[in-house]
Design a binder for this molecule. Structure first.
Ligand SMILES: [Zn+2]
Length: 54
């Protein structure tokens, strides 16, 4: 049912997490860190939440 999938090996998660870490490392733009964190949560909810709660 649905298209929920495991976050393990999800390339979107890998890409979003890498972007977040880069934003944190560069650190001069707090908004970029917030945006990246929101993007991860939004993606996770859309792509994986059903998997987590199933
Ligand atoms: Zn993902």
């Amino acid at each position: 049912m649905g298209d929920a999938k495991s976050p393990v090996g999800c390339m979107d998660c890998v890409r979003l997490e890498a972007a977040r870490r880069q934003a944190v490392a560069e650190c001069h733009d707090h908004d970029a860190v917030v945006d990246a964190t929101v993007a991860i949560r939004s993606h996770f909810r859309d792509a994986h939440l059903l998997f987590r709660t199933a």
